[in-house]
Structure formats: C-alpha cells, structure tokens
Ligand binder design. Structure first.
Ligand code: AGP
Length: 614
C-alpha cells in the first residue's frame, strides 16, 4: 500500500521525510517522492523504484524547508512512473497532494475538470484531488482556507483516501483527511507529523491521534485541529504508543521476518499477560465490550478474516466448537460480504486482522454491523479502523509486524483465540474450571516451547538446503493442525515463490496423491494427537509413491524417523495448543528456503503488508 509522511515544524524537513518513508518501505511500493515548500516555492522530487533513487535526486538538486509531504506509491491507477509518482500538483504548481486509497469516480471528475480548463500531467486518480482543491480555492478567491477547499473537494469524491495537502498560499499548514484508509497525526514539541502508519514517526514522537472516516484536520506548529464530517471542530483521544523505535527496526536480524519469528515467545506472553489466572482456571477479557449476559445469549459465531488471519480463524472454529459448544462458521472477508449471511442480535461476528485495515475484512465488519450483529475485532494495531468500528477489541500484543509475511501476529492471534474461547466457555458454563486450568497451565509453557524450536533450527536449515530448489511443496495436516498446513503453505509460497499447497491429509486419496513423485516434498504435521495414526497412514501413502517426506513430530517418536527424510521434533504439549508451536517450524522452513533463494523476504514481489484496497 502507499505510504504517506508529512512534517511541519522547525527542523530541516528533508532528512525527516526520507527517514519516515524508509520506515514505511515494508508496505510495498514502486515509486517515491517529496514536495517541499522552500522560500515560498514548491520543490518537487520524484522517482521510480526505491527511496535511494529519491535520495540521489535530492543530492543532485538539494532542497530545504520546514514543511513537506512525502509518499511511497503502490500503483493502483496508472503504471509505475515518475509522472505518476506522488506528490501531485495543481495547474499552477502552488499546492501538492499525497494520497493513499482509490478515487473510484476519478474519471468523471477528471473529465469535468478538463472541461473547466485544468491540465493533467499524470494517469493517476490522485491528481484529481489536486485540481479539485485548486478549483475550490479559486472559487473562494482566496477567502477560504486550504482546509475548506479540501473539505469541499472531498464532497465530490467517491472511494477511499488518506490525503495530505500543502500549499505555498498557506505555507505553515498541512491539511489532511481520511476515509477508509488510515492516517495518523503525530504530536511533537512544536513539530507535527502525518503518516499512514506509526513506524514512520515513532523515532520522533509516541503521541498520536488517529483520524476517523470523514474527519479532516489542520496541522501547524501551533497544533492540530480536527473536524468531523459536518465540519464541526472535535476533540480526539491522544494514544501513547508503547512500541519503541528499536522494536520497529531489525534488531540485528537479517530480515524483519526473522526477527519477528524470534519475537514470538514475547508476543505470546504479552498477549496472555494480565488476561489469565492459570491456577484459578480463569480468563479476564472485560475489554471485549460484551457483558456476560450478552455472551450467554450468543447463538452463532462467524469468524471473518483474510490470508494468514483466515488460518487463525479456522483454528478459532475448532476452539469455539470444542470449548464453547457454539456453532461457528469461518469465511474469507472477500466472500463473506457477498453471501448475505444470516445475522441477528445474538450473532457474534469476530474479525481477525493484524493491520485492522484490510478492506475485505472491514467490509465484513460493515456487513455484520448493518445486520445488527455483535462485532469483536482481534487486531494488532492500536487504534486501527477495525478496532474503532467493532463493538469490542482484543489486542494482540505482538508489537509492530513489519515483514509482509505475518508470523508473530499469527501466533498472537491463536493465543488470543484460546483466551477468548476459554473465557466464553467459562461464562457459558461449557468449560469446567479444571479443564480451563489445565489448558491455561499448558498455555503458560507455550512461549518456552517456541523458544526450544527457535534454539534448534539445525534440522530445519538442513532440510531447506536440500529442497530450496524444488518447485512444488505439499503440506498436510489433520483436524486442529489442518489450518497450520494451510499457513505453512502460504508462508512458503508468499516469500519463496515456490508453488505450495496446504491440504487436509485425509484428502490425499481424493486427488493430491496424483501429484506425488520423487520430486515432491510433502510436509506432514504428525505431532502426537488423536489423529496421529491417520497421518502416519498418509505418510505411508507418500512413501509408497517415492514422495519426499518431511515430518513434524513429538520428541521421542522414533518410529517416524524411519519414514521421513527430515523430522522436526517438538516437545509435547496439549493437542489443542499444538498449532501455536507447530507453525513456528513451518515459518522457519519457509524463511530459510526463501533466504537461500535470495528472495526479498520482507517485501515479497506483488505483495503489500496491509491490503487496504479491494
Ligand atoms: C500473511 O502472511 C499475508 N501477508 C496476508 O495473507 C495477510 O495475512 C492478509 O492480507 C490479512 O492481513 P490482516 O491480518 O492485516 O487483515
């Protein structure tokens, strides 16, 4: 997704903007640019490709100032090019605009503006915003503010936007707005920031305001003024971000993803910390915005998510049925919104999203609210849209997840789902104290078991070295580990570009077994469980057809050693919690294979960290 950074203050703005844009690189982009107001003139520097190209352009033609907007573009309308890079200007080059989102009616707007004499320089949807602001400034003959012109311009816009504008006609102010595309305002000492995500400004301030849909704001060295969709000035809550800048850096690891895989013990601990009393068999989740009475009245649960979060949702389904005895249905965000789901006041719709900004998942949230359902978000980003629009929220406390491929947020989601299911089971009386206590005591040990996996990667690395040149992989899992087979396949395909499929092991005979030959590595999740024998039978099927078997197994299982080329051993845990530990081996396998293939692990091709467009 595109990245926005803006600054107004008393320091040299260019280094601040370049630093901020670099901290947003994980969002994926194909061009970059900045617009600076210097001595009453607009200076524009834009380039194709990486931010280092922008730095070179600034070395060749330096500029200085104390107010500017910067942008990294992930092309949606108009091919990646310098002309299409943001910021975009009006006809007179008196203002610049940066934007993240999609202006759905830009062609109609563009035609009308061209008829009125506006000259366009790019193929983008964004440029219409620059000309619309120009139009309304001209109409007011300079009597109205830039903010007014932006508010008036946005009344004509259909679609999503996080937008920032600066102008030489009001060179002390940034005006900005958001609708369905996140925008935060950073509060410094006589200096202020706008950004599409917190890591961009974390090195300068931890105090942020999140704009909500339809809100606009004026940011200057004298402070921030926020207006609601009817133009009324409003007060906004100031969030104190606890992440320190270091957390958002690589911390000595080669890639953010490897760092985040290693942060999982902490992420899991932080997610259950203060929310459970294992010895009492109790979980405390009052924060979810649902009374115990409402929880008892729930008749059906939908869980809606995308990608890796969808795999968490599949795990959640097992938990709700096993521990809460509640009918539970999982759906992918982009499908849920079109199926006209049956929802009423006693339906709970759970949205799972690391970013809290995934358009398809937010559409599911909107659908649920329109139908009167109760909504609850499991999310990793403080103050993100999903957390502010759902009735309640459970924050995973994984810290900033920069790598595009989700890892620590996933295991934190699984942890949060465990807590939620135990909480519901205890409130609804379907889960006895002793069983709850037993699960929580085992959950307490999970971070340590993940640490064991992280400390013993030799077998995984050896396996990666044997098979990193393969072009196909199959991942098999049964029951509660079937979602983990899907997740292992997604991790491998999205960072190594190897075609990988996750399958219920029992489905082998219904098709996938035709794929098995001596070139096909098959990873089977065969840790101790009630379906272990069945998985072993599937492993035999693979062996009988010369397939390559890689197995996850519980320590001291000697039998499996005879059947598999590589065995990733794990210490014993409760079957219901085994997915949280099992997935770590698969994350590491995907990581090491991708690294051996020289792939861009943190920013895989074609992918973005948060898919805020449909
Ligand atoms: C995960 O590795 C992928 N990058 C992707 O599938 C991601 O999980 C999906 O886009 C959902 O994102 P969210 O959790 O922020 O909603």
């Amino acid at each position: 997704m595109c990245g926005i950074v803006g600054y107004v203050g008393n320091k040299d703005v260019v280094p601040i903007l370049i630093d901020g844009l670099k901290r947003l690189e994980y969002r994926g982009y194909d061009s970059a640019g900045i617009g600076v107001i210097e001595n009453g003139r607009l200076e524009l520097r834009r380039c194709m490709g990486k931010i280092c190209n922008l730095e070179n352009a600034l070395k060749e033609k330096p500029c200085k100032g104390s107010i500017a907007l910067g942008h990294t573009r992930w092309a949606t309308h108009g091919r990646p090019s310098e002309e299409n890079a943001h910021p975009h200007t009006d006809c007179q080059d008196r203002l610049v605009v940066v934007h993240n989102g999609i202006i759905e009616n830009y062609l109609t707007l563009k035609k009308g503006l061209i008829k009125e004499g506006h000259k366009f320089k790019s193929e983008t949807d964004t440029e219409v915003l620059a000309h619309l602001v120009e139009k309304y400034l001209a109409k007011s003959r300079g009597k109205k503010s830039i903010l007014f012109a932006l508010q008036r311009a946005l009344k004509e816009v259909e679609g999503s936007y996080a937008v920032g504008v600066i102008s030489v006609d009001d060179p002390e102010k940034i005006v900005c707005a958001r609708k369905e595309s996140p925008l935060v305002i950073g509060l410094g000492r006589k200096e202020y920031f706008i950004a599409s995500d917190v890591p961009a400004i974390l090195g300068y301030t931890r105090k942020v305001i999140y704009l909500d849909d339809g809100e606009t704001a004026e940011v200057s060295t004298s402070g921030v003024e926020v207006y609601d969709k009817s133009g009324r000035k409003i007060k906004k809550k100031v969030f104190q971000i606890s992440w320190d800048p270091v957390m958002a850096e690589k911390g000595g690891y080669k890639h953010f993803m490897l760092k985040e895989i290693h942060e999982q013990p902490r992420a899991i601990r932080d997610t259950f910390r203060g929310r459970m009393a294992p010895d009492k068999g109790e979980v405390y989740l009052e924060e979810i915005g649902l009374s115990k009475e409402e929880i008892r009245k729930i008749e059906k649960v939908y869980i809606v998510a995308c990608g890796t979060s969808y795999h968490s949702a599949l795990y959640g389904e097992f938990l709700f049925e096993e521990l809460v005895r509640l009918p539970c249905e999982v759906d992918i965000g982009s499908e849920f919104r079109y199926r006209n789901p049956i929802i009423n006041g006693n339906t709970l719709v759970l949205l799972i999203s690391q970013s809290g900004e995934t358009a398809d998942t937010l559409a599911g949230l909107k659908e649920a609210k329109e139908k009167g359902g109760k909504t609850l978000a499991i999310c990793n980003v403080l103050g993100s849209t999903a957390t502010r629009e759902a009735d309640g929220v459970i924050y995973t406390r994984a810290g900033p997840e920069i790598g595009v491929a989700s890892s620590k947020a996933f295991t934190a989601q699984l942890t949060a789902l465990c807590l939620l299911a135990i909480y519901f089971g205890r409130v609804r009386g379907t889960l006895g104290k002793e069983k709850a206590r037993n699960i929580l005591m085992h959950l307490l040990r999970i971070p340590h078991q993940v640490e064991e996996v992280l400390e013993n990667q030799e077998e995984i690395i050896a396996c990666a070295q044997s098979y990193f040149k393969k072009i196909d992989f199959l991942f098999l899992g049964r029951h509660i580990n079937y979602p983990i087979a899907l997740e292992g396949a997604l991790k491998l395909k999205e960072i190594s570009y190897i075609h990988a499929e996750g399958y219920p092991a029992g489905e082998m005979k219904h098709g996938p077994i035709a794929l098995i030959d001596k070139n096909m590595p098959v990873l089977a999740i065969a840790t101790d469980s009630k379906v272990y024998e069945k998985v072993m039978a599937n492993i035999e099927e693979v062996k009988a057809r010369d397939g390559i078997v890689i197995a996850l197994a519980t320590k001291n299982n000697k039998e499996i050693k005879k059947k598999a080329e590589y065995v990733f051993y794990l210490s014993e845990t409760m079957e219901i919690l085994s997915p949280i530990v099992n997935v770590v081996s698969l994350q590491l396998l995907a990581y090491h294979i991708a690294a051996l293939r020289g792939c861009d692990v943190d920013q895989p091709r074609n992918l973005a960290k948060s898919v805020t467009v449909e």
